[in-house]
Design a protein around this ligand. Structure first.
Ligand code: PA5
Length: 413
């Protein structure tokens, strides 16, 4: 049930990868040594707090009883991991709350529609912010909390608010303690984009009916597999060598629409970890086969600034037989077989055009595989960042925009 990575179709020789491995292994050793800040995620799958996990699962059961609509408020690393899992692993039974996301934009229209949905639904809020001061979730939380209080009264509203934030610092921690919200901690040594397997991701994911124990087991299996070591290193080496050869964009492509937010999470992980000091690969994503009919032209014949990373689900959840009426080329095949023909056909066409392609086969979309994927990509991103010579765990650029936005708001009174 392992991910399979194929870097042979990148045009980079095995000898070149071999030569670069020493650098990648040095980066990995440094991560395992745990001397740098924000490397708590490296050993998390084997040393997470078991009591805290049980507490998270108990809170998720309570949310499932309390509501049919869970609104998760957060942005960036405080939201994308949960959304990636919830969209990739849909609970089909309908017995779990619908999950909506707020505070990841500042649109009055978007949030007005959410307020309307809230009026029609039994609602809980899960507000997530490590700093507790980020503008987007602060605005959304203030609005949604007011609506929750109007709907249920203050005491019951507090019973329906779940907060995940810093252990001690920040207004959200103060408010959670004052108002008695059930709360969880964002660990000090784990940054937002590496926090999916902490309560930040686990509480909303569990509330959506996904097996978070299996997810953590997947991450642990990935962490302790010797084969994985080589695969993550090969992928990191290929990315590093492609960047050195002049490629500046990694196009992440997926053929299952349920991976849309996984690709968004990956974009954040790679972009925020590596894009600094004038370095880094710009991560983009495309949804196939839809985007083959638009961006497919650019990929095939446009400027050669990119390489591709294909996320291929080998055994999708469901399948449908194509009826005879579809014509002899398609009749009798299943939709997934046609989709696989697209995967292989596109890779062949792009290879013929000289494009470097990395293929990652995901056995199936289960919570276990999702946990494997999270750990695999976290490790790849950190290793590549260190190979590039940047600190993969800070985000000074994001902090500058937050500060400038606050200045603008102050200017306008
Ligand atoms: O990965 C990160 O650190 C960022 O994307 C943050 O998660 C994001 O800016 C939100 O910050 P906070 O959780 O403090 O609200």
């Amino acid at each position: 049930m392992d991910l399979k990575i194929d870097v042979k179709t990148t045009g980079i020789s095995a000898a070149e990868i071999e030569k670069t491995r020493t650098k990648a292994y040095a980066a990995q050793d440094r991560l395992w040594a745990g001397k740098d800040d924000f490397t708590g995620w490296v050993k998390l799958p084997m040393n997470y707090d078991k009591d805290e996990l049980e507490d998270v699962i108990a809170a998720s059961y309570k949310i499932q009883e309390q509501c049919d609509l869970l609104i998760v408020i957060g942005i960036g690393g405080s939201y994308l991991g949960a959304r990636a899992a919830i969209e990739a692993l849909p609970a089909y039974s309908g017995k779990y709350p619908r999950v909506r996301f707020a505070g990841n934009n500042i649109s009055g229209t978007y949030h007005s529609l959410l307020l309307e949905e809230m009026q029609r639904s039994e609602t809980c809020l899960c507000v997530i912010s490590k700093s507790g001061t980020t503008t987007e979730p602060s605005v959304a939380f203030a609005i949604l909390k007011d609506a929750l209080i109007s709907k249920y009264g203050k005491a019951e509203a507090s019973n329906r608010i779940y907060a995940i934030t810093d252990r001690e610092k920040g207004v959200l921690r103060e408010e959670a303690s004052r108002e008695g919200y059930k709360s969880f901690i964002v660990p000090d040594d784990i940054g937002g984009r590496y926090s999916v397997l902490t309560p930040v991701g686990l509480l909303p994911i569990a509330a959506a009916g996904i097996d978070v124990r299996a997810m953590l087991s997947g991450a642990e299996a990935m962490m302790s597999s010797p084969k994985w070591d080589k695969d993550a290193v090969d992928y990191a080496c290929a990315r590093f060598l492609l960047m050195e050869s002049g490629k500046s964009i990694e196009v992440i492509e997926y053929y299952e629409p349920q991976l849309q937010y996984f690709a968004e999470w990956l974009k954040q992980l790679f972009g925020e970890s590596e894009g600094k000091e004038g370095k880094g690969l710009f991560p983009a994503s495309l949804s196939f086969s839809a985007d083959l009919h638009s961006m497919g032209q650019f990929l095939q014949e446009g400027s050669r600034v990119f390489f591709e990373t294909v996320l291929n689900v080998e055994k999708p959840d469901r399948d449908i037989k194509v009826p005879e009426s579809a014509g002899s080329l398609l009749a009798g095949k299943s939709m997934n077989e046609v989709n696989q023909a697209a995967v292989n056909g596109v890779i062949a066409a792009h290879r013929n055009a000289g494009l470097p392609v990395i293929k990652i086969d995901i056995p199936e979309m289960t919570a276990f595989c999702f946990g494997q994927m999270v750990y695999f990509f976290e490790m790849t991103s950190a290793v590549t960042g260190l190979m590039m010579g940047v600190n993969p765990f800070d985000q000074p650029g994001v902090e500058s925009y937050k500060a400038e936005m606050r200045r603008e708001l102050n200017k306008n009174g």
